[in-house]
Structure formats: C-alpha cells, structure tokens
Design a protein around this ligand. Structure first.
Ligand code: DAH
Length: 361
C-alpha cells in the first residue's frame, strides 16, 4: 500500500531530478550531443515504461479523491517537463547558429596541407569528368551549353516533343509526377524546345543534366541518371551530317577510331529516328558481358528533328532542319572505365569515387 503523500513526494523528487538533468545537458554537453540526450531523458522520464509511469502504478492503492489530486499534479508535471525540454532545445539552436557564425570565419581558400590532401582530399565525380570532357569537345565545335529545369511541365517533356496526350510512347518513360501536376524530367530532350526559343537558328546546343525515371533500381537501372542532349538546326541537315557528327564525337571521347552502325529507332520527336551502336571497346567486338555477347553497344539514340518539334520551337519546318541525339552519360562512363554497376554513381561510396583523381581543366 502506498499513501498519497508517498506518491506526491516521489513525483516531487522526480521533478527535481529531471530539471537538474536538463540543466546539466544544456550547460555541460557540446550542443551536437544535446538533442540525443534530451530525447533519451524524455523517454527515461515520460516514456511508456518511464519513471512517471512507474510512480503512477501506485495510484491503484489510493482513494478516488487522492487519485484525482495526484492525476492533476502529474499532468502539471508533464506540461512543465515539455516546456523545459522545449526551452532547452531553443537554447541548443541558438548555440548551433552561433557556432555556424563562428565557422564562417574559416578561410575556405587556404589549401590543405599536402599530406592531408593526399589522404582526405576530394576527387571529381567520374560523370563530371566525362561531362566536362564532352563540353570541351562540343564548345570547340561551336555548340552552346544550355541548362533547363529538373522539375518540368508535361508540355516541354512530352507535348512539345510530339508526344500526343494518349501517345503510347509516354509509357516508354516511367515518370515521377509532383502533386502540383509537374514532373521530373525524364530526358534532357525536354530542353530542346526551350533551347530553340532561346537561341534562334542556325544553332548548336548541348544540354548536360540529371534526369529521372520511376525505375526499379538494379545494377543497370537507376532512378536518377545523367544524359547529354545535343541539337543542331541549320537550313539543311541530313542523316550523313548526323552520322559524321556522332562518329567525330565518339572518336574524341574514346581517343580512338570507333566503328558505328545505325539501326532504326522510334522516338516521337525525330523522323527518321535511329539507335546508334558502337563496336564494344572492351572485347573489340568479340562478345563480352558489357555488350551482351553481341560485339555492339547501344550508345546514342538520335535522329532528324521532327517537323512538329520545329513548329513547337516557333520555327518553320520548311525553312529549318535539325538533328538531335541523346547521350546516356552513365552508360558512356561505364564503358570508359569498365564499371559494371550503375548504382555506384549515386552511392556516395568513397572508395569508388576516390579512384578518379584526374583534375578538371
Ligand atoms: N530522349 C531520349 C531518351 O531519353 C533519347 C533521344 C533519342 C534523344 C533520340 C534524342 C533523339 O535527341 O534524337 O530516351
């Protein structure tokens, strides 16, 4: 049997203990450890199996009036404890912001000591390395580099590119939609029409960037990956122009003569459309796991720009012709470095990333 007084005393004792602990945590502990400790304390005192619950077990043996009184006291305690925790948290935030302010005085431009850099220095992501290399090749051929939004409208990603509303090709690209009715761009082709409006022909542009698909992730599929779109608009453009451009491009990337072949491919925004394959560089065409034993690797879908797309860009298709291609950067980098798992690119896996020590220029 416990008396009302024994329970009230226990509650009062617990109150003192709790407030003292909060004070200790906020005053003595480094702020980055405080949040965790405060939460531990809350659980220790107010959690399901916490001290308060233990003390209140004694309620079973007191009279109903006493029970009501103790209930009131314990409710007040809960409010007091929550307030104390809130106050401690806002003090913690203040300390955190003050420390950020202090950190601003670190001079970020001072290079690290050589030996530190060797062990801990960053490296450039392999996709960025190849992207930069390609940007250099294209700008030397007179291309502009464009960017576009990653959260896109249905119009630029699909409609303007000759995907009608019920076009089955929309299903070729599984799409993430936002609640507001926008989407995450599924390809850098979404920037074609934006680019045409901005640059005016004759023009050459590339659009490197991140794209997204609602994919089940495995060694060869990612929901987030990189492409580089290319587009030229001139008075006259033919398939042989396109082929020459693609061949030059691959030769520059792989620093060797690359054999290519064209197959028909369907994309609503080009006519004719192609899949361009290159001889597998890993097995020299003999057949390996990268080329799935065929000796050829699909690297570059491309084609001549569809007249409807030229119209979407506000131009007259009788006056202007175009060629376009969509380079899959991940695939290219995998070929270049013999990487077998696409997940490594987004995996923030330091041993993988730190292999790429090349310097960007
Ligand atoms: N946007 C297409 C995709 O991601 C790739 C593509 C195909 C781009 C043909 C092009 C093209 O510019 O002409 O699947």
């Amino acid at each position: 049997m416990q008396s009302k007084h024994a329970i009230l005393d226990a509650l009062e004792k617990m109150r003192g203990e709790f407030l003292e602990q909060v004070k200790k945590i906020t005053e003595e502990l480094a702020f980055e450890h405080q949040a965790g400790k405060l939460e531990e304390l809350r659980i220790e005192f107010l959690g399901k199996k916490g001290k308060l619950t233990q003390i209140l077990k004694g309620l079973a043996s007191v009279s109903p009036q006493d029970r009501a009184e103790i209930g009131k006291v314990s409710n007040q305690l809960k409010v007091e404890f929550s307030n104390a925790l809130e106050q401690a948290k806002s003090k913690m935030k203040e300390k955190y912001y003050a420390s950020l302010h202090d950190a601003e005085w670190i001079d970020m431009s001072i290079p690290p000591a050589a030996e530190l850099h060797q062990h801990f220095g960053g490296s450039v992501h392999p996709i960025s390395l190849t992207q930069k290399k390609l940007e250099n090749i294209f700008t030397s051929m007179g291309f502009s580099i464009l960017d576009g939004p990653q959260v896109e409208t249905d119009y630029y990603n699909f409609g303007a590119l000759n995907f009608t509303d019920d076009h089955p090709a929309r299903e070729m690209q599984d799409t993430f939609y936002t609640e507001q009715g926008h989407l995450l761009r599924t390809h850098t082709s979404a920037v074609q029409v934006r680019g045409m409006k901005k640059l005016k022909p004759p023009m050459r542009m590339i659009v490197p960037g991140r794209v997204f698909r609602y994919e089940e992730v495995d060694a060869s599929h990612e929901h987030t990956f990189y492409q580089m779109e290319g587009m030229i608009l001139e008075k006259e453009v033919s398939v042989s122009h396109l082929l020459y451009l693609m061949q030059t491009l691959l030769k520059e990337i792989f620093e060797s003569e690359v054999e290519v072949r064209l197959r028909p491919g369907y994309f609503p925004f080009v006519e004719p459309g192609f899949e361009l394959d290159m001889r597998c560089l890993l097995c020299k065409g003999e057949g390996c796991s990268v080329c799935k034993k065929t000796g050829w690797v699909e690297v570059l879908p491309c084609g001549l720009v569809h007249p409807e797309v030229i119209k979407s860009g506000g131009l007259n298709p009788d006056e202007w012709q175009g060629a376009a291609f969509g380079l899959g950067l991940n695939r290219l980098v995998m070929m270049e470095h013999n990487i077998e798992d696409i997940r490594l690119f987004m995996g923030a896996h330091v041993p993988f990333l730190s292999q790429f020590k090349e310097i960007l220029n």
